[in-house]
Every structure is written in C-alpha cells, then in structure tokens.
Design a protein around this ligand. Structure first.
Ligand code: CA
Length: 224
C-alpha cells in the first residue's frame, strides 16, 4: 500500500517513515501543510497519517481541502495530548481515526492496518455516471472500462462534477475547489479545462447551463 506521512517534527517523521516502510508499505513524507496538500491532491494514497500542528497550512485545513475536492482516502490524524477539541475538529473535517501524541508506534501501525482493512472492505470509492466511472482512492477514471488519460486538474474537475452529478456547478465553485489558495484564480480557465475534459468524455456528458455553470449528466439520457 502507498502511505503518505505528514509530520513536521523531523525525528518523529523519520520514525514514522521507517516503521511504516518496515511494515511493508511504500511511504511518501511531507513536512508542511502546503506540501502535504499538494501530494495528497496530485497523487494517490491508500491512507494518510496527518499531524495537525503543521507549518504553512494546518492539518485540519489540509484535510478539509482534500475532502472538498473529493479525496476520500482514509486519514489518521495525530493530535496533541489532551487536546480534545482537535480530535473533534479533525473528525468533523473528515478524519477516519485519531491518535494522541505521544503514542506507541505499534498502536499507530495497528490503527493503520484497521483503516486499510476498513477501506478495502467497504470499497465504495467508485462513482459512476453513465459510462464514466472514477475510483477516488486510486485516482483513476474510465469510460466503458477503458482508462482515461487525465491530468490532475482534469481528474479533479471530473471528480467535482461526478460527486454532484446532475447538479449545476458554477465556474466560481469549480475554480475555488480547483485552486484553493490561488488568490488570482480566474474562472475563465475553467472553460479551458471543461473543453479539454469534454473531448475525453462521451459526447453530451457535460452540459453548459447558460449563465449558471456546468452539469454532468448521463450521456445516454440526453439529446445534446
Ligand atoms: Ca507538529
């Protein structure tokens, strides 16, 4: 399995990487919130160990942004000892489990195993709309079972549309979720991404609702 470890404290980060690697996983590590958000967004992980107290962007915000963009991988948060409010905020933001510091590495590994087991067991990370399917955990999209070659932006855009298929999503909504910390985001670039995505999807999958935005529909049901 592929695990992302996010911890700013170097000694603990190295311990985590070593222990999780020794447990047979492939591990990527990030030392701050911006890097963590980027990795979790652009790449696919089977689980994430996420410290909440991070430089640049705190762990709660990182998690909220992943979830808002449709990233459903299991996340285990590391909280400060006795900080019950952190646990509550973390679970509200979409964490699957938490562990208070300091912890025993064995307990962390056991919880990680449980998370991976649960994720594998219910495995409903597949979203469908007509012939289009995406696997949110693997970050893969297919049409009629054939893999789609998508850039990470195109994949994110498709995830947003799939998550709320049939609903009209405004350009502003889409650009806010695609570029969470770009103050100069320009909703016109969404048009460019929509045009590229359209070329890769069955005809009529993405409807333009004039003045409002875009909607993903089951291509077979429409005449467009
Ligand atoms: Ca920290």
């Amino acid at each position: 399995m592929r695990i992302l470890v996010v911890e700013d404290e170097p000694a603990l980060r190295h311990q985590l990487v070593r222990a999780i690697t020794a447990a047979g996983h492939t591990v990527e590590a990030a030392a701050d919130g911006i890097e963590a958000h980027y990795l979790g967004d652009a790449e696919s992980f089977d689980a994430v160990v996420l410290d909440l107290g991070l430089p640049q962007l705190d762990g709660i915000s990182v998690l909220q942004r992943w979830r808002a963009a449709g990233r459903g991988m299991p996340v285990l948060i590391l909280t400060a000892r006795g900080a019950w409010h952190e646990k509550v905020a973390g679970m509200d933001a979409g964490a699957d489990d938490y562990l208070a510091k300091p912890f025993h590495m064995e307990e962390l590994l056991a919880r990680l195993r449980a998370l991976l087991r649960r994720a594998g067991a219910h495995g409903d990370a597949q979203w469908r709309c007509g012939a289009i399917a995406i696997d949110t955990r693997q970050a893969r999209a297919t049409v009629d079972g054939q893999p789609l070659e998508l850039t990470s932006h195109e994949f994110k855009l498709l995830s947003l549309l799939m998550q709320r298929k049939g609903e009209v999503l405004s350009r502003t909504h889409l650009s806010e979720h695609l570029y969470p910390y770009d103050a100069d985001r320009d909703s016109n670039t969404i048009e460019v991404f929509i045009a590229r995505l359209r070329k890769k999807l069955p005809a009529g999958s993405i409807e333009t609702v004039r003045g409002l935005g875009y909607r993903l529909v089951d291509g077979d049901d429409t005449a467009t």
